[in-house]
Design a protein around this ligand. Structure first.
Ligand SMILES: Nc1ncnc2c1ncn2[C@@H]1O[C@H](COP(=O)(O)OP(=O)(O)OP(=O)(O)O)[C@@H](O)[C@H]1O
Length: 242
């Protein structure tokens, strides 16, 4: 269980309040579609949850561990178990899909391993299993630059899972993809949530969020203004997104 209370964050030289009072409880297996107009703070919220930004205020508990007050253990938990897929996810286009999966995100992989590309054989098996699960087995030896945008997103997801992600924070994972690929990436995330208990918060277009997310959040004026489960947004709730 993830519990966030009263998260507040100001940004920039003017110290503009972007997140004023964010609070939620989230179970494993949930896929949350994070919605809000441009500038409403979606990226800032994901960055705060990934501990890429310092919180001005707030409480953050994960499975009973106090992340902000509980010493190094809590922060290490987030670094190990939470993957942040950024808007322009840094993958190496000159390396194969397999190598990209094996060599994890900077926070999860020791520097020597990132530099040398050396891996253990059990890591190799795990990476192949994950690539197979995400339908990429036949692409594993191809250079990333030869894969489609949707396939590259799957590689990023496989990489997060291989490195033990229990939570994925995805900032616009389908932006720039054709509709079919976009749908298939979200469908894959949904299946992973259902099958493995992975939890996902993803900034995705409304139409896909309404079809595939288990829950919708509309961010507005620094708070989660609407928190909706099991239905689409009403026209009034939707109006705030225009
Ligand atoms: N480091 C920063 N310095 C100054 N302003 C910032 C900083 N980070 C974010 N902001 C501002 O905070 C607001 C929220 O930004 P954020 O990127 O979180 O919004 P968003 O909802 O993700 O937007 P978009 O949908 O356009 O990606 C914006 O007005 C942005 O300009």
């Amino acid at each position: 269980m993830i519990i966030v209370e009263h998260l507040a964050k100001r940004v920039g030289p003017e110290q503009t309040p972007v997140l004023r009072d964010i609070g939620f409880r989230m179970d494993s297996g949930e896929l949350i579609g994070l919605l809000g107009v441009s500038g409403s703070g979606k990226t800032t919220l994901l960055r705060c949850l990934a501990l890429r930004e310092k919180w001005d205020k707030g409480n953050f508990r994960v499975d009973g561990t106090d992340i902000l007050q509980g010493g190094l253990g809590g922060r290490t938990k987030i670094r190990r178990e939470w993957a942040f897929l950024e808007q322009n996810e840094e993958l190496n286009r000159n390396r194969t899909a397999l190598k990209n999966v094996l060599i994890g995100q900077a926070a999860q992989t020791p520097l020597w391993r990132r530099l040398t590309g050396m891996v253990r054989s059990d890591d190799y098996m795990g990476a192949m299993d994950e690539l197979e699960r995400l339908g990429l087995l036949d692409k594993s030896r191809m250079k990333l630059g030869q894969l489609s945008g949707g396939e590259r997103q799957r590689v990023a997801i496989a990489r997060a899972l291989v490195h033990g992600a229990k939570v994925i924070l995805a900032d616009e994972p389908v932006t720039g993809l054709d509709p079919k690929s976009a749908q298939s990436v979200i469908e894959t995330l949904r299946e992973l949530c259902k099958e493995t208990g992975l939890s996902v918060i993803a900034v995705v277009p409304l139409e896909l969020a309404e079809r595939f997310a288990t829950r919708l959040w509309v961010l507005d004026n620094g708070i989660i203004k609407h928190d909706v489960t099991g239905r689409r947004l009403t026209s009034q709730e939707r109006a705030g997104l225009l």
